[in-house]
Design a protein around this ligand. Structure first.
Ligand code: GN1
Ligand code: MG
Length: 348
């Protein structure tokens, strides 16, 4: 855990000499470390978001920042009706500050009076969120896609993720294979859905678009009084992809009645599912192809299945990717996502 002095040092690099009045961990990110800091400037308190980028995962933080700058400038010049967090440059004019431990830091404006729901929302909030994610895709539909880099190459290449899973399973380096037998079998049973997606991609049926790639419930900010959606956040994985994964991640996180790391049977909230569909289609109907529209629910099952694959692989590999709070965390997440996958598969 970071202390006040360390954080103050980072902040000073962006904002000039300053004193932190208060800081707290923001959100439930599994990869980066995010803090909200309150700073007194000219007798007024200002809030910022300070974030340490996990550069084991985002291997080229400069490229990541370039993508985000390009996309947010483009959105601000379009008629996209939502807020975008402002990035601050360091006193040396860089969007990144590298500390003495070679950790990469960045600073955003904090969007005031906002909250992120993380899931378990009602259909009104889900529809508003889906409209916002849909408007995000719509606003970027003519963005010059070749300007964007892949911040994590092959992020939704499930074929490669499958190969990695099989390798990890064969090696079983931390001897966890036996304890996960039912989940491993369920994973194999999910494979035909991955094959279907892979086939559609190979046949050119899924146009490459600018996609967000992390359209979960926790990445939408709502206004705390009006409960209107006000911003799409976490643009780290905005890169070329298929719209099915953006629809899929919304369904994966808004529709179940459990958070992704809760135990117990996962049930679908069908009114919320309808709201996600309605909101997203309202904003994307004009430009999605017939196949994309027909395959949205395949996308939902795919993304839940792929997430199960990622959590299960990480558990079998000895928890090398996601942050965990306890030893069984990734296995519980995998069980939850497999359960969700089986429910979504019935709706394809
Ligand atoms: C990670 O860190 P966070 O919560 O924004 C992951 C997503 C997963 C998500 C599962 C770069 O996102 O792909 O869907 O955890 N991000 C990366 O909660 O791998
Ligand atoms: Mg993210």
């Amino acid at each position: 855990m970071i202390d006040n002095a360390q954080l103050e040092n980072i902040c000073s690099n962006f904002l000039g000499p300053c004193q932190i009045q208060h800081f707290e961990v923001l959100g439930n990110g599994n990869i980066n470390d995010t803090y909200k800091v309150d700073i007194q400037i000219d007798h007024t308190s200002h809030s910022y978001v300070i974030q340490r980028i996990n550069h084991q995962i985002f291997k080229d933080p400069a490229v990541l920042m370039r993508n985000i700058s390009l996309v947010t400038s483009y959105l601000r010049q379009s008629d996209y009706p939502y807020l975008t967090a402002e990035l601050f440059s360091s006193v040396n004019g860089n969007l990144l500050v590298v500390d003495e431990e070679q950790q990469y830091w960045r600073c955003f404006s904090f969007i005031p009076d906002s909250y992120a729901p993380e899931g378990k929302t009602n259909s009104t909030l889900a529809r508003r969120a889906a409209c916002a994610y849909g408007a995000f895709s719509n606003a970027l539909k003519d963005f010059p896609i070749s300007d964007l880099s892949e911040t994590i190459p092959d992020f939704h290449n499930t074929d490669l993720r499958w190969e990695y899973f099989v390798n990890v399973l064969e090696q079983d380096s931390v001897n966890r294979g036996k304890a996960a037998e039912p989940e491993i079998n369920a994973m194999y049973a999910a494979f035909p859905v991955f094959e279907q997606i892979s086939r559609l991609k190979k046949e050119g049926e899924l146009p490459v678009r600018v996609t967000h790639n992390d359209t979960k419930a926790g990445n939408i900010l709502f206004h705390k009084n009006t409960h209107e959606a006000i911003a799409v956040i976490d643009l780290d994985t905005v890169m070329p992809g298929t719209i099915l994964s953006d629809f899929g991640d919304m369904v994966r996180t808004f529709v179940p009645d459990k958070y992704e790391d809760e135990t117990g049977d996962v049930n679908l909230k069908l009114d919320v599912l309808q709201a996600v569909k309605d909101g997203f289609v309202a904003k994307t109907n004009d430009f999605l192809t017939k196949t994309e529209k027909e395959q949205l629910m395949l996308g939902a099952a795919w993304i839940a299945g792929e997430q199960a694959l990622r959590f299960l692989t990480d558990w079998l590999a000895g928890d090398v990717y996601y942050k965990i709070q306890h030893p069984e965390h990734n296995l519980i997440r995998a069980k939850n996502q497999l359960n969700l996958f089986s429910k979504l598969r019935e709706l394809i």
